[in-house]
Design a protein. Sequence first.
Lengths: 1057, 477
Amino acid sequence: MTTPLFVRLTTCVALMCCILTSPRFLSAQATPARVISGRVTAPEGNRPLQGVTVLLRGTRFGTRTAADGSYRLQLPATPTDGVITFRQIGFKPSDQPINGRTTINVVLEASPTALTDVVVTANAIVRNTRELGYSTATVQAEELSVARSTNVLNALAGKVAGVRITQQSGTIGGSSKIVIRGVNSIASSSEPLFVVDGVPISNSSFAGTETEIVTGGVDVGNRAQDLNPDDIESMSILKGAAASALYGSRARNGVVIVTTKRGRAGRKPTITYNAALRSDQVFRTFDLQNEYAQGNLGVYNRDLANGWGPRITGQSVPNLLNETVSLQAYPDNVSDFFRTGATNVQSLAVAGGTEQSDYRLSGTWLGQTGIVPNSELGRYTFAVNAGQRFTPKFNTRVAANYIRTTSSGRSQQGQNTASIPMQLLSSLPRTLSSDFLRANSVTASGIAGSIDGTGTSNNPYWVTDNNGLDNATDRLFGNVNLSYDAVPWFNVSFRAGTDLANENRRFVTRKGTRGRLDGEFDIQGLTEREVNTDLIGTVQRQLTGSLGLKAIVGHNFNKRTFQRQRVFSQGLNIDQLYTQANALVNAATNFRSERQLYGVYSDIGLAWRDYLFVNVTGRNDWSSTLPTNNNSYFYPSVSSGLVVSDALRDKAIFRSGKMSFLKLRANWANVGSDEDPYQLAFTYTPLTQQTDIYTFNQLFPFNGASAFAATNVIPPTNLRPQRQNSVEFGAETRFLRDRLGIDATFYRSRNYDQIVSIAVPQSSGFSARRLNVGQISNTGVELQVTGVPIASAAPGGLRWDVGFNFNSNRNVVDRLAPGLSEFVVTSGDGFGIFIAARPGTTFNIQGVGFARDSATGKYLINPANGLRIQGQRQLFGNIFPDWTGGVTNTVSWKRLALSALVDIRQGGVFLSQTTSQLRSSGLAAETANRDRFIQDGVIRDASGVTRPNDVQVASVQQYWGNLDNSISPENNIFDASFAKLREASLSFQLPERWVGKIGAASGVWSLEGRNLWLISSKVPHVDPEANVLGTGLIGEGIERNVLPSTRTFGFNLRLVF
Amino acid sequence: MRSISHNIVRRTIAAAMVLSLAGCFRDGSLNVDPNRSTSADAAQLFSGSALKFSLLRAGELTWPIALSTQMWSSGARWGLAQAQYDQTRIRSAWGAIYTDVLKNLLIATRESEAATVRPNNTIAQLKIYTAFVYSQTTYLWGDIPFTEAATGDVDSPRFDSQQAVLNGSIALLDSAIALIDQNSRSIGAPNDLYYAGDMAKWRRFANSLKFRILMTMVDADPSRSALLGPMQGLPMIAARGDEMKVQYSAQAGRQNPRFSFTQIFRGGVQQDWYASNVVFAQLVPFNDPRLSAFFQTGPAAAPGNFIALNSVESFTPASSLVSLNLLRPDLPEMSFSWSEQQLLEAEAIARGFWTGGVSAADARYRSGVRESMSALGISSSQVDAFVATLPTLTTGNFRLELNRQQYVDLFMRPIEAWVQWRRSGTIGNEFPALTVPQGALVGGLVRRLLYRSEEIAANPNTPRPVPLQDVPLWFDK
């Protein structure tokens, strides 16, 4: 621990001690002239409410209710009258004129919108949003389960300003990436931290190395999808670093705080049953030509899988079986490949409690069949959440979730293997019917059928019938929480949680698969474990009538381990017997890592007259992954919220109700973070294989020889923790008696001292040097507008709610290492492209472009063939959007409610390599015009003189081949803007007399859909959101043969007994 | 109940305080990588480096070079762009040679030299292989980092001239040969993938390599002939068993990468590498039986009807293809063959670097051709019949005849064949004559590889302006 740090910590603690021990704090308040007392209860069962703020309006005189709901408010002699405000999270505030009373009992009415007023913040602390000095957003349970997705993250899409969700693919149980307020690192993941009931859990997605992901990788999903929407009470998004300083390093990318459902003390058991049935269809299929057969330059050739043959006119030709057939186009041969998927979710929960306890038990089963033949997913979830108050002072709570997910038939994506269904479909000749393909998926000799006469490629049905990834995951996460109220103003609590995930994967390629004729399989076992403990002391006290204090001091321990065992087996003796003893070659690897972190932290919160709130936090971490002499780092934050409408409540604008609420907030934070384990020493890796760019692996031991190789990264010296500095300002206001609400935020974060492996010239013998370097910043605005254009006063009357959210984030790589002009963020090895950043820009798609005439900006044309000329490597644009937004409309009338969410993205670029494949193979609809033409451009002669292009393209086939080659991505980079009807639902509150017949108290039936309509997109053929890089790699905006996303439609029934 | 809860709380707090005191990681032991070591044996570093380099030679450095030098024709299919000198398929070789091959060899050498008991044979093996890798690298890129390369000491190594690299390689070989000592420890089987620790063979290879390097230098630097003369009679590769090669096998994961390409991408159906008219012209007019060993007829061609293509000409179903037998999984990756040695010796004698005169050269020439054919499995009667048709070498014809046989002998070894072509004659007079393919990215014939863009961007010492593919290297006179 360094001296300045010690001083800082000591100062924090001393400050708190001074406050706690000051005579003012310990003594009674000023001598009262009169006392008003009473009891505050909730409507149901006369339940006492503890902790209700009781405040004489406009003064500093206030108190809070005790455990039995009683309060005793001491007031001065004058003024003799006034209004006392009772305020509690989850309830409507109540204003009570004194009118000479000395006893005022109040029943607080539960607020239907109450949960939008509270938020679960760091360490599972529930706070009223009015107190916060930073922006948060909460998504409620019902919003998460509308047209539910197998991955709960997808339910956040379009709903929260500053939160972007990108689904990798339509793979069953596939992954979704979440980025909050832009990426914070040029070299590591910017995924937020996930916290369930106060304990971090993993959202890992181990999909392999960069090469493995883009060359035949499989979308294996991310672990956050294990969260069951039926068990979630709410999801709160803490967007900035100030909101999350208490979680430490990992929270710099934001925090997704999940609060699970629990029973209510004193409630009779209620049973909730939910059933959801839905169907999934391909969201978007290719737009194909149906006029031309396979071949070359207009001549039929069954050997080729493309559309460059002759016009289809019914002519007689030999087919793949050498039968003479009449040429015919099958317009649906690609779309026929996909089937209608189905999802069935059945959930049952029992919740209740006694006066001293509460419990909730639930079980959910999800069964899904995917749109790709033979893809299936099953998931069981069991959850328990129980609390027991052993004594009035001692509380305990236990929560546990067990999830078992099994899936089969996940397909490969990317390129460079012969078993990628979408690659086969994007080169499928128009003349092969799905019936023919289905009937000939196996040849007479028992190996895979093909879609071309030379037998290069596999029949796509063979691939989905036989090859793919199966996995089974067992996940257990939960926590135990002990809480002790030592004295009324001091609580000590201890929370211990664990998260254990064990996944077994098996990827098989059946014997007889073209490209892997001998068959192979890859078995992996992945075990991830996290243990987290927090010991927290909390002081909560009304220091004076006006000043409240809540101070927290805590200690945190976190340990994460990861293990991977893998055996890659090649050469099967017996077909379809996937056991290692049946393989000719087995290559085994294993990997293990462990990291630990200790932290101490403090959060001192002061509240002045219930309208000015200030929080100061500080935390020091010691990380096992940093150099021992520099493994300690301190990080502070300050945040403040001012409810102007309460502070100036007598001003006309607030009194009149024109502006019913105005709050200003500001915060500053500086967060430190550590490094991955084992990055400090110069090490030698035992080699399991030598591989090349074509993934031709040579396995060790090779001819009996094993091998080692020295690291290619020069280890760091004098490494420091990474840093993030952020500021945020915001205003929240409501007008017209809360009919219109606006919440606006400006933020800026700078991430510096990043720990990055910076490329060095490879001739040095190393590919990179690891060091603290560079800065990346995000600057943005968020806007959240809510409106109620129509609100009939009558019960069940017409009500129309509108919500709009907007985020514009500007991400800039401010600087790299001295002398370094470019940093390659992700290299799509095998794509001929990569994502790169240069100082002053953000993440760009980079690649070789076509040469242009500098004077006119037009393409330079080769006079020999009328085609474009290859140019230089260049940046093709920002992969991130200029802005994103979501619009929600909900109309309710009597028992009906209709809602729709439109999700909008504007700006950024998207590279579709599937489009490139469809075009270069002459299958895309835009290639149907086969008349030669002169493309726009200029021809430059040897002396440098240019003239407008006057040379026809050699052929249309060569034109598209030139544009859509593997070298230049330029012709397949599109504006990534889109608008989607993301969700729509129509729900009907079932009449009590109907549901009463089956013994239920209430019921809701709804018709729901997800990803219903691509309202606009500039990307042809594919979903503009597809992302082959998935959650495992940095970057997005590149699509290559990923499985198409789905359109979902179905209904949901919820009954409460 | 109350006392129980009090106890629980007290114990929990105590446990947590103990945990907190533990937290400073002063010894760093938690951050010791359990998956990697902090030291490695020279033998293990050698086998990793050697297999990587063999993989590069047989894979990434085969297709683009064989296509751009017109040893193969593209059929206007997968390799069309490469036949037109596009180099995007040579992505990893530059970096991998330095990071995965040379660096590990240099570390192994340094560690061995620092050992209390110096394993001189091991050091010799490492130096010989290092010299081999550097000479190969400079034949591809010309001026390359050598003196400051692959040590990690210099971030942006200086580029040394090709002449300096080749002389440096010779110096490495000389020092290695001097170290060979029957009593010291060598890298043996199985880590020595080439000679299983047989230092006599390493000595022969070292001499052969030095001889080959000098033969590539002598046109640009005639003074090197002074070094060539004394080499006559030194132990060099003198039998098939002396050949420098990595033996691949039919077993999955140990197959020759050339087989893997056809297997993985083409389902085992060869449809990428077509017969080139350039090679045809050296075989067909002479009824060379190697024609049917090198090529197979197209699927639609009549038996025995071999049809070749120009380098970027579109294939037809009748076009001949490179024989699958030369793409078989257990094909060795040959770095120095006995036939190559004999033909080089014939050249050295014929050119007067060695003594013996043209008649001695002729004998060595016939023996080399005989070995070249026999190694392909051609029957001895066919070999005899063909060798009998070879013209007797004379001072007038030896350059042409040797050039032809040396070129044909190096079929399927594109790096060596390219070196042979470039040194076969003065600029514009190489053998065989090539023409620039339609659509080529540069105006002249390909004579070097472009430096890798990452190196250009990151290393300010990369030669500027960056020479294009048709700029001759120093040795290419």
